[in-house]
Design a protein around this ligand. Structure first.
Ligand code: PMP
Length: 353
């Protein structure tokens, strides 16, 4: 049994699009892709008149090193959003298969599944926002091909213990692909489970440069998985997902100076998270500030709607998460600069006067 047996049979046999860049690169005179021979105005040496490498070797190498995996275990695309979408399309037959999620959680798993006409099976998190492993395993039918585990979870901020992830991967071997979304793992004390993909071929990990790496605008996300899964995703990816300026921005951030800055900023966020958590707890009208391993805090208020409006009037936009199960009284506040966070506290303190 291979993890590929879980994938859609028609995808496994699909003849992928063969782009000009895949067929041949490295010539002196490139006349095979109907590109312009002239660089555009303001190109600054990027060479944007040429199609980019579908999987730029330098970026794949830098990300594989960052995440501690082999290059054949990594696919890089336009944010983890694109990896989620491609996984759903590769593994779920429309009208037949399903994904499993644990609400309240990140919305794109269900959206991607619905676009594909795959069913969405929900196993809610427990009242303390931990995963109900027993209920989850009981809910896995043969139709379930993908199980999304979000750790730290958006919007609750809570992490899933590594032992629980291993337990689920072991229990679901040959039955489903466990996809661990680690978008916020850099802000957590708990290390990534990326090194478990060598041990469990049905385990995949999503990482992103959108959060700790300050590159949400460049749209760079990675899928770490068994080489067969990576090869399958490469078969169905769009021909040239990564624009050259975005690749250049990512490489700059992953160079030593960029890494040093990113790590400093992560340290500031972690410090601010602790400061904000205790300060918010003391503000009247705040019911609870949930512990968080991410770069945000989910905060329960007596009247979240009014607090949201007051912040908005002060020019501060937070996320209204009242539509999420178990969070009907909560707002999600991303950690900004220390000055921005102080302003949030000022507005909330004034509000009670
Ligand atoms: N996973 C989680 C848990 C997220 O919160 C987000 C973004 N909000 C994403 C994935 C998508 O990130 P990306 O920018 O890499 O597409």
């Amino acid at each position: 049994m291979s993890v590929l047996d879980l994938a859609r049979p028609e995808i496994r046999t699909l003849q992928p699009y063969s782009s000009a860049r895949m067929e041949a690169g490295g010539g002196q005179i490139m006349l095979n892709a109907n590109e312009s021979a002239w660089q555009p105005v303001g190109d600054m040496g990027l060479g944007c008149n040429r199609y980019p490498d579908p999987q730029p070797a330098a970026l794949v190498q830098a990300l594989a090193q960052l995440y501690g995996v082999k290059h054949e275990q990594l696919w890089v695309g336009r944010g983890s959003d694109e990896a989620i979408d491609l996984l759903v399309r590769a593994f779920c037959r429309a009208g037949a298969d399903a994904i499993l999620i644990q609400p309240p959680t990140f919305g794109m798993y269900a959206v991607s599944a619905r676009i594909q006409n795959a069913a969405v099976i929900e196993v809610p998190l427990k009242a303390d926002f931990s995963v109900d492993a027993q209920a989850l395993l009981a809910a896995v039918t043969p139709a379930v091909k993908l199980i999304f585990l979000c750790t730290p979870n958006n919007p609750s901020g809570r992490s899933i213990p590594r032992a629980d992830i291993e337990h689920l991967a072991a229990q679901l071997a040959g039955r489903a692909l466990v996809v661990v979304d680690e978008a916020y793992v850099e802000f957590s004390d708990q290390p990534s489970v990326a090194n478990l993909i060598d041990r469990y071929e049905n385990l995949a990990v999503l990482r992103t440069l959108s959060k700790a790496w300050a590159l949400a605008g460049a749209r760079i996300g990675s899928l770490l998985a068994h080489p067969d899964v990576i090869a399958l995703i490469r078969r169905i990816m769009p021909p040239y997902p990564l624009p050259l300026p975005c690749v250049a921005a990512a490489l700059a951030e992953l160079a030593p100076a960029g890494q040093a800055t990113a790590r400093e900023n992560v340290a500031i966020v972690r410090e601010q998270r602790a400061i904000m958590r205790s300060a918010l707890t003391r503000i009247p009208g705040v019911r609870e500030v949930m512990p968080s391993d991410a770069n945000f805090l989910a905060v329960r208020f007596d009247d979240a709607g009014t607090v949201y409006q007051r912040l908005l009037q002060a020019g501060i936009v937070v996320r209204d998460i009242r539509r999420y199960r178990q969070l009907e009284d909560a707002l999600r506040i991303t950690m900004g600069t220390p000055e921005e966070n102080a302003r949030v506290l000022t507005v909330l303190s004034e509000a009670r006067a």
